[in-house]
Design a protein around this ligand. Sequence first.
Ligand code: FES
Ligand code: FES
Length: 223
Amino acid sequence: MRKLSAFEMSRRNLLVGTATSVAIATSGIAKAQNDKAQNSVSSPLTAARPDAPAMATVSFSVNGEVRALELDTRTTLLDALREHLHLTGTKKGCDHGQCGACTVIVDGQRINSCLTLAVMHEGDSITTIEGLGTPEHMHPMQAAFVKHDGFQCGYCTPGQICSAVAVLDEIKAGIPSHVTGDLNAAPEFSNAELRERMSGNICRCGAYSNIAEAITEVAGRPA
Ligand code: FES
Ligand code: FES
């Protein structure tokens, strides 16, 4: 019989070892699939409807009114407001946190409502553009946007106004921004602070100079 060379020996060992590993891995996968199948059969929820979404109840205050919703846990706050509560003033632009059209104020802080799940806001207080003012009694920021023509198509405007209201509160609260020079001093309202803080709100119509004039007036500074 022909004697195997050292190379052929190691190649054979490698093939045998690989085949063993594949067999072990395959049996592991089969076991995991079997376990999963057994578990899903034993769960009454998944047995009834394996693709059923996980649902949860969430309750929060929207514009001063307590609202309770039964939602798919994947529902964003933006979709909860627009699709479930029919508050369509808050707009969906990009749905990816890039345009600011969906900005609302939650417990005094502005957030992109497309980037957060509704079920994360149990007990929170949410203000949308509908809660800031009405056509008869506009919030000073809404009135300033009208006065300074701070919009064209208006799609970005609810987000711009909610953001602007929160920006002035942030400055009043002494919260610094990326362009604040002295982090130990209270930030001052300035053109640079305004542009930096509003940079997350995109206006496709380019109404920026009028938006800046409106916010500057409400801040109590000469335009
Ligand atoms: Fe939320 Fe654009 S829709 S940031
Ligand atoms: Fe049209 Fe801003 S007014 S996008």
